[in-house]
Write a protein that binds this ligand. Structure first.
Ligand code: GLY
Length: 307
């Protein structure tokens, strides 16, 4: 590790991967501006010595509140028109984690996931129990109209790309601690009760100070079957791969094993950022070792899936 990386911070975010290039490109300017804003808010925390955990929580909350992205306010509805949301958070220092699955009427599922991590002995809460837990604590609740409003007010702003739409953040703070968070409404018109990879620790979200922090986006079933987020941690910690090599190896593995569709963001234990995709486009941005803010729809590390 270089002296610079020991003292600096890194942050990456994503606003979902997808196949509908035209729809995503039509929102390129707004998406990049929103992501740059989120990254700058994250930078403020990290530059002031704040934690990776607080940073990924805030970044995912800001993405959840933005109707450009399919999580929180802009989440996709299930086949019954209900908004069942999934989210997870993981602390790379302690390996503690929290997640919520198929929760209703929660404005910021990432907040509830963090509460599960901090206030319970469990990792995942779902359904009615998760709702009761939220009501018993200081968690912002909304009505279904809140989510419908995002669709009705700004339909052109929401990427209605079936099977895609997730947000996430990964960070390394100046003390070398890592964290990851992921949040989603899942697939458009998914079966009621369907749960994707986002709240599954090791599939759509993972952080370990000995390897890296990962947040995934794409078809959750592909990431669950390959346990991709934990697979990336294994490649770094046990196989000794760099962030870039681990990202290339993992996206190749996703395609080779299940012709997987999606992508991920990674910050490794030394602060190196790597972003990979097998989808056609992925909304993402990053700050590496305290440097400039970058945003793109075309991360460079790719694997071509069969279409
Ligand atoms: N990757 C999000 C989902 O499939 O639910």
């Amino acid at each position: 590790m270089t002296k610079k990386s020991q003292k600096s911070f890194s942050l990456a975010i994503h606003g979902g991967a997808g196949e509908n290039v035209d729809k995503i490109r039509a929102l390129e300017k707004e998406s990049k501006e929103s992501m740059a804003h989120v990254l700058e808010e994250g930078r403020k925390i990290l530059a002031a010595g704040g934690t990776a955990l607080d940073t990924v929580t805030l970044c995912v909350k800001l993405l959840e509140d933005n109707p450009l992205f399919s999580a929180g306010y802009g989440a996709a509805a299930n086949a019954e028109g209900e908004f069942e949301l999934d989210a997870a958070i993981m602390d790379g220092k302690t390996l503690e984690a929290g997640s919520v699955a198929a929760v209703l009427n929660i404005r910021n599922p990432v907040d509830l996931a963090r509460l599960v991590m901090e206030k319970t002995e469990h990792i995942m809460l779902s359904g009615i129990g998760a709702g009761d837990f939220a009501k018993a604590h200081d968690i912002a609740m909304v009505t279904p109209e809140y989510f419908k409003e995002a669709h009705e007010k700004v339909p052109h702003m929401i990427e209605r790309n079936k099977k895609h739409g997730t947000v996430g953040a990964v960070a390394r703070d100046i003390n070398g601690n890592l964290a990851a968070a992921t949040s989603t409404g899942g697939w458009d018109a998914k079966m009621p009760g369907r749960i994707g990879d986002s709240p599954i620790i090791g599939a759509g979200c993972f952080a370990d100070n000995d390897s890296g922090a990962v947040s995934c986006t794409g078809i959750g079933e592909d990431f669950m079957r390959t346990v991709l987020a934990a697979h990336i941690g294994f490649l770094i910690e046990r196989c000794g791969l760099s962030a870039i090599d681990a990202a290339q190896e993992a996206i190749n593995y996703l395609v080779k094993k299940v012709n997987g569709d999606g992508g991920f963001i990674l910050v490794d234990k030394d602060g190196a950022v790597a972003i990979a995709q097998s989808s056609k486009v992925m909304r993402t941005g990053w700050i590496e070792n305290g440097g400039e803010t970058h945003t793109t729809l075309q991360p460079k590390i790719r694997a071509d899936r069969k279409r």
